[in-house]
Design a protein around this ligand. Structure first.
Ligand SMILES: Nc1nc2c(ncn2[C@@H]2O[C@H](COP(=O)(O)OP(=O)(O)O)[C@@H](O)[C@H]2O)c(=O)[nH]1
Ligand SMILES: [Mg+2]
Length: 428
């Protein structure tokens, strides 16, 4: 599989994936369809294009390909006709099945869990997040390692039943991985103890930060794209170095850094929960959460609750948030919107598709960020004029007077700047 994958990794065009959803007694057809949509949205997070998709019934699981070989041939033909580079399964596939599929199709083949791990790896910016993702990868690999060996063993009818070099190698690999897992866990424990230190980053002087949170497929990335469309400064060095998922949004009160986060995923594999939380650190660090819900999704309230719960677990301040119902273009009945408005008074209704409500969203972000402002009179020494410039950039300056080597400034100052300016306050 390595060679096939590398080929696609270095290809210039984005990966085109053919998605396969699976339905059975547990997962009904409507749910399977919506899981495939979620898979598509997860893929988009990595820039993967959807070449096509299908949901197939699973009647009898087969060890070789999960599905029957007739179905498998159909899928391979459809994927090739759609000019796909890869096939992504919504269900877990074993390493043996993965290999068989790759042999059969000549394409790169993987499953939802592997896609999610790739996304997390691409979004892990801090040490903690990177360690968390590596831990998830190894924990994902470990059982698969023994599994693949056992499967191999069975397939060969036990003729290689004596302890061969293969088994010894796997034992060694397993031990190495287990040791590494233990090391990572210890290191993470240490990092967590230092969290208080990290939190002080929040007090750093910088532009206000807002994080877009919510379930995958709610439209977070679409909103980020359309709302900041006019504000992409390609030549601006400072912002060019920022993560591509952070854009600046110009509001009346100044510039806000708006960051997209990895969406919440339904049925997140257990081993990935901690890694997922680590990728949410942008949210933990934000001055404001922009919580996006899909107005057309009946599950939106349950998703809202789940999101809030996890966010408070990682220490994000959920009291500072703007609730956004996106995709209003998909809601035909007015009564539904009225119902949602009663559920979350103050929520913004918008559509990233039609552009409806996006100005109101900007306005709401703006208002929420200046809600904690307080009017102050400050006396700042001339020698520290940088602080006055800071006030012009990030506060609302009402007046400025110069007096014996000092600057008297009256302005509406956001809460996050207070600790830095404390000593200069003359009048609050
Ligand atoms: N009809 C409609 N579709 C939308 C809207 N916003 C996003 N979408 C679609 O919903 C899917 C998921 O959007 P995306 O921005 O990737 O969601 P994310 O996972 O939250 O980042 C994509 O197919 C979008 O084209 C909207 O306002 N209306
Ligand atoms: Mg997204």
């Amino acid at each position: 599989m390595g060679a096939v994958k590398e080929l696609h990794d270095t290809a210039l065009r984005p990966e085109r994936a053919y998605l396969v959803g699976v339905r059975d007694e547990d997962v009904r057809s409507a749910e399977a369809e919506s899981l495939v949509k979620e898979l598509a949205s997860l893929g988009e997070t990595l820039g993967i294009e959807v070449a096509g998709s299908v949901t197939v019934p699973l009647r009898v699981k087969t060890a070789a390909l999960l599905l029957g070989s007739g179905k498998a041939d159909e899928i391979v033909a459809a994927a090739k006709a759609a000019d796909a580079d890869s096939i992504i399964f919504d269900r877990p596939i074993s390493p043996v099945q993965q290999r068989n599929w790759e042999k059969l199709s000549g394409l790169s083949v993987y499953d939802r869990a592997e896609l999610i791990i790739k996304i997390f790896a691409s979004r892990a910016h801090t040490k903690e997040a990177s360690l968390q993702v590596e831990l998830a990868q190894l924990k994902y690999l470990l059982p698969r390692l023994s599994h693949s060996y056992e499967e191999l063993h069975r397939q060969r009818g036990g003729r290689y039943g004596t302890k061969g070099s293969g088994e010894q190698k796997i034992e060694l690999d397993r031990r190495e991985i287990s040791d590494r897992i233990q090391l990572l866990e210890e290191e993470l424990l240490g990092i967590r103890k230092n969290r208080a230190v990290q939190r002080r980053r929040r007090e750093r002087i910088s532009m206000p930060r807002a994080a877009i949170v919510g379930y995958t497929n709610a439209g977070k990335s679409s909103i980020l794209n359309v709302i900041t469309l006019a504000d992409v400064f390609a030549e601006d060095k400072l912002f060019a170095t920022l993560d591509p998922t952070t854009r600046r949004l110009v509001t009346k009160a100044g510039v806000v850094l708006l960051t997209d986060t990895v969406g919440f995923v339904r049925n997140l594999p257990h081993g990935l929960v901690e890694a997922f939380k680590a990728t949410l650190e942008e949210a933990a660090d934000a001055d404001l959460l922009v919580h996006v819900l899909d107005a057309a999704d009946e599950e939106s309230e349950v998703q809202y609750e789940t999101t809030r719960k996890v966010l408070s677990e990682i220490g994000a301040d959920t009291s500072h948030s703007v609730i956004v119902y996106n995709k209003v273009d998909k809601v035909e009945e007015k009564s539904v919107l009225e119902f949602l408005a009663r559920r979350h008074p103050g929520a913004v209704f918008c559509s990233a598709k039609t552009g409806e409500g996006l100005d109101a969203l900007k306005e709401a972000i703006n208002a929420a960020l200046s809600a904690g402002d307080s009017e102050l009179l400050l006396r700042i020494p001339q020698s520290q004029y940088a602080l006055v410039s800071l006030l012009y950039r990030e506060a609302t300056v009402l007046s400025e007077e110069h007096e014996e080597g000092t600057v008297l400034v009256r302005g509406k100052v956001p809460e996050r700047l207070l600790s830095r300016l404390k000593e200069f306050i003359v009048e609050a």
